[in-house]
Design a protein around this ligand. Structure first.
Ligand code: 6R9
Length: 648
């Protein structure tokens, strides 16, 4: 991705110099900076005694120790604007209604035996009940573990087992893009697997739209949630949580096959979600506490099943007292104007989506966005992967009409919220760069081989963070060693993000992508090892090597090379079966783009698969293969590139 020379100046008087001064003072005393904010922004039942304690190295970071809190909201303003799958199927839910619904669900969960510290797995469509249930868990101190509704029964079962989750909440069905999502059927299949039998005590099933899926056959496990909730009182006192008590876990892919459950805390995460939402989208003056002046209509159209939804649909906006839009459908339903139709109907001011969605809409041209009134827009956000300058410019020109800031927010499931982004009206923008660190975040670039901090402004290496911040994940559920070895040990004294980056002469950060075996497909993180293990579980597959493939819309596609076991031969049917195997083990969003059965993979003499070479072959970059002298049999390169050519 080439750097564009243009710099888009910010449009207000707030200056870059001011940002730099605030940032410098925030990182000179991170403990003081975040403690002041925690005192002024959150409501504490018991005050905390200490800001930051602990260190990256020991994996003992703790924020606001001893403080006790839960979240208390406002009353009459709109909290959630829910836009259903069919355009115009809209509900407005006030903070008052939200609190009532949350309390009723909290009581329902309690009546069934859910207690503080229990993990509650949520496998839900994008309906208000998902948000209510997350907050109901928070209210009673239960730990929610939301699983994206695109995951398969196998993937759900793995996560239930890993978290020893006794409780599962789902809906009979959902709908997305006019299609039925048989969530209860998928959940039932997960819960019936051996590894979940004896773990799961109850499956709470909300009435959903569409078909009810399988029968209510397992009566002692299933609870008709809509009925149970209706019977509850809308009052439920909240559990006063320690700042460091877990708020939720969220599974994400790493470079080994097993997804890891990252643990986020109550106090630190809440503050970080609240603060970054207000700052990155410029909400602070308009919504927080003040009742006059124009209100933002804030819309993050991600799925609540990923971290973006947790922080920037649910916790961030609601903690700021800002209304939040929940979008059940897809950008293509019923046509490619859906987002812009929503912007016009709801007068959306802040719109937050992913580069993959922008690229797929851009293909259809300017006609759809030009049909709608987009003048309410003020800030456009992007997240999930680097945005290519062409897509950035389309977003800026055609959607924002050249008047809106485009905030390119870099962060991760692990960071809890934004760590690098421009601030609207403050940071001059460069298309494709996530620009400068957020307040309170000290970003450094390290030499990848030595771990040495690069002191010059212009730098190229791996991205790391030098001081703890409140929103960081504290551990991997049940496996603190893994947490240490993935994030804290690769570069001692630093948090290692797993991304490569370049810093330009102005100190702007350009993310160059993952430096581990994690793919980013349409903004979804997928570990190559997860796909490989799904493939080798098939009896026809002897060996599998999965690499990323440049993809125009998705950013990266999935390319799988497999050798076959004796007695199996290549065929279109086999390729179909293997594709299906990945969908069954992980979910449809991980469907491979290319499967190449082969008699041999490029191996080193010592028996290692050379993925570096496979990545080049998949990308068709044969002129930059690099050193191939360690290859056992150089002729495989030719054979495989011919096959890739044919498969394209
Ligand atoms: C929020 C989220 C994290 C990975 C991250 C990086 C990539 C996210 C980005 C970006 C360039 C941005 N990433 N935002 N790369 N520019 N603005 O996506 O979390 O699913 O955990 O993925 O996504 O590679 O390491 P998650």
């Amino acid at each position: 991705m080439g750097e564009l020379l243009e710099v888009y100046e910010a449009s207000t008087s707030a200056s870059l110099a001011q940002y730099k001064a605030t940032h410098a003072s925030s990182i000179s005393d991170v403990s003081g900076y975040w403690s002041e904010l925690a005192k002024s922004k959150l409501t504490w039942f018991a005050p905390f005694s200490e800001g930051l304690s602990g260190s990256f190295e020991e994996g003992s970071v703790s924020w606001f120790a001893g403080g006790r809190l839960n979240f208390v909201g406002k009353e009459n303003e709109t909290a959630i604007i829910w836009e259903g799958d069919e355009p115009g199927n809209v509900k407005h839910i006030s903070f008052h209604e939200l609190k009532n619904e949350v309390c009723k669900i909290a009581n329902a969960l309690k009546s069934a035996g859910v207690t503080k510290g229990d993990v509650v797995t949520l496998y839900m469509p994008m309906v208000p009940e998902l948000c209510y249930t997350m907050l109901a868990c928070a209210r009673i101190g239960a730990i929610h573990s939301v699983i994206f509704a695109g995951f398969s029964a196998d993937a759900i079962a793995d996560r239930i087992q890993d978290a020893k989750s006794k409780w599962v909440v789902t809906a009979s069905a959902g709908s997305r893009g006019g299609r039925n999502l048989p969530l209860k059927t998928i959940c039932d299949a997960a819960v019936k697997k051996d590894r979940c039998v004896g773990v799961v005590e109850k499956v709470f099933v909300f009435d959903g739209k569409g078909e009810t899926g399988s029968d209510w056959e397992v009566q002692d496990i299933h609870v008709k949630m809509t009925e149970l909730v209706a019977a509850q009182r809308p009052v439920c006192s909240c559990e006063w949580m320690d700042a460091e008590d877990p708020l939720f876990i969220l599974y994400t892919s790493g470079s080994t096959g097993r997804p890891k459950g990252l643990v986020h805390t109550t106090g630190g995460y809440a503050l970080f979600a609240m603060h970054t939402t207000a700052n990155s989208f410029g909400l602070s003056q308009q919504t927080a506490a003040s009742t006059d002046g124009p209100k933002d209509v804030y819309a993050c159209v991600a799925d609540a099943g990923w971290i973006t939804g947790h922080t920037y649909i649910v916790y961030g906006p609601l903690l700021n007292g800002c209304s939040t839009l929940m979008f059940e459908s897809t950008p293509m339903y019923p046509d490619c104007g859906r987002y812009w139709d929503m912007v016009q109907r709801h007068k959306i001011t802040v719109f937050y989506t992913a580069p993959t969605a922008i690229r797929s809409l851009m293909r259809f041209g300017d006609e759809a966005p030009n049909k709608y009134d987009l003048s309410s827009l003020r800030v456009l956000g992007t997240v999930g992967e680097p945005i290519n300058p062409a897509a950035w410019k389309w977003y800026f020109d055609v959607i924002g009409k050249g008047r809106c800031a485009v905030v390119d927010t870099y962060w991760q499931t692990e960071t809890g919220g934004h760590v690098i982004t421009n601030l609207p009206g403050i940071t001059p923008m460069k298309p494709g760069s996530c620009t400068l660190p957020c307040y309170g975040i000290e970003v450094v670039v390290l030499e990848s081989a030595t771990g040495k901090e690069i002191e010059t402004t212009e730098a190229e290496g791996v991205l790391a963070i030098k001081q703890p911040w409140p929103g960081m994940a504290r551990t991997c559920l049940g496996d603190h060693q893994r947490y240490l070895s993935v994030y804290m040990k690769p570069y001692p004294k630093y948090y290692f993000a797993g991304d490569g980056c370049r810093r330009d002469k102005d100190g702007y950060i350009w993310i160059t992508g993952r430096v581990d075996d994690v793919l980013n497909v349409s903004g979804h993180r997928i570990g190559t090892a997860e796909v490989e293990s799904a493939l080798v579980a098939h009896m026809a597959v002897a060996q599998a090597a999965v690499v990323g493939l440049p993809h125009e819309i998705k950013g990266q596609g999935i390319c799988c090379f497999t050798t076959l076991t004796d007695g199996h031969t290549e065929s279109d049917d086999l390729i179909k079966e293997l594709r299906q195997a990945v969908r069954t083990q992980i979910g449809p969003f991980a469907t491979p783009d290319m499967i190449i059965p082969t008699s041999a993979l490029p191996m080193t003499r010592s028996g290692k698969i050379m993925r570096r070479i496979l990545r080049k072959i998949a990308a068709g970059e044969l002129d930059s293969l690099g050193d191939t002298s360690t290859l056992l049999d150089p002729s495989v390169v030719d054979t495989l590139s011919k096959k890739v050519e044919q498969a394209r």
